[in-house]
Design a protein around this ligand. Structure first.
Ligand SMILES: [Zn+2]
Length: 300
């Protein structure tokens, strides 16, 4: 009988505890959905980056290329990288295939330095083509696309250790988002004095075949946003997915960029391909294998 009064307060607290559980579950499921959506959008982005990559020059543009004769012609390999990190998720095969282990990048840099290569950046090519700068006989460019956070955590320490220059093509609309660089990291990267900052559209937009106004905005605004952040002229551009058309080339030129890189394989640089510079996927090659991939003849 004496126990009876004790039981009643428990009964009254029961519904509020259930309500608390209900809201907690609701909150957790919202959080889980958010995480799932974010990660699946990153995977979708990576899948597109791989599948849509434009590997051939459109016919109409190729015709113009063969017609233009330029006096300055050089062999300057531009290496293309996306992720450089230790991918922990073994099921994320897409990220794995776009990734180079940091130790491999370091070995590749050592290979290039031992072979007598000098690291330059695309703005140097712009100046060279304008007749305003000489470029060392053996020059190479390390280019990193998209501005992933691993550029700060994994790439920058290697560049500092090896005193190697590189370019990072940034998508300013994605800064501070999950997987991408924070603005303060970008400032620090530029402040290292080793990294040129290039633009890669505002939203990582596929520029091929889109409306004039959208393409113009994506190209010009990515330049302006980065210039307003860093107080420096942004001179170099990379086409997302390596995809471009005549309209994109013209807009990049009009925006004031001095070069643009594509994903077409090759190593020749001249005035005729200044706005669709070729690049080479280094993969896991090091040593002689890497050097022969850089120096071989390509027919883009
Ligand atoms: Zn990209």
């Amino acid at each position: 009988m004496a126990n009876k009064p004790e039981k009643s307060p428990k009964r009254t607290s029961h519904p509020s505890f259930l309500l608390f559980l209900f809201f907690l579950t609701l909150l957790l499921s919202f959080f889980a959905t958010y995480l799932y959506r974010t990660f699946s959008s990153i995977q979708e982005h990576n899948r597109k980056e791989l599948q849509l990559e434009m590997k051939k020059i459109p016919k109409d543009i190729k015709k113009k290329l063969t017609k233009t004769k330029s006096s300055i012609k050089r062999r300057i390999p531009i290496l293309i990288y996306h992720y450089v990190e230790i991918v922990t998720d073994k099921n994320d095969t897409i990220r794995q295939s776009m990734n180079i282990q940091p130790a491999i990048l370091e070995k590749q840099i050592t290979t290039l330095q031992d072979a007598g290569y000098t690291f330059i950046t695309p703005s140097n090519i712009g100046k060279m083509l304008n007749g305003k700068k000489e470029i060392p006989k053996k020059a190479v460019i390390l280019s990193f696309d998209d501005g992933y956070r691993d550029f700060y955590t994994d790439v920058l320490p290697i560049l500092k250790r090896k005193q190697a220059k590189a370019i990072a093509y940034i998508v300013p609309g994605k800064l501070n988002q999950i997987n991408y660089l924070f603005s303060w990291q970008l400032h620090e990267i530029y402040g290292s004095g080793l990294v040129e900052i290039g633009a890669h559209t505002v939203h990582h937009m596929n520029l091929k075949g889109i409306s004039y106004m959208t393409a113009k905005y994506e190209i010009e605004e990515s330049k302006t946003m980065l210039e307003n952040m860093l107080y420096i002229p942004i001179l170099s551009f990379a086409y997302p997915y390596g995809a471009f058309d005549s309209q994109a080339i013209l807009l990049v030129k009009e925006a004031g960029f001095t070069t643009a890189v594509s994903s077409i394989s090759g190593n020749d640089v001249s005035e005729s391909n200044r706005y669709l510079l070729y690049r080479i996927h280094p993969g896991y090659r090091t040593g002689k294998e890497l050097i022969s991939a850089l120096e071989k003849e390509y027919k883009p």
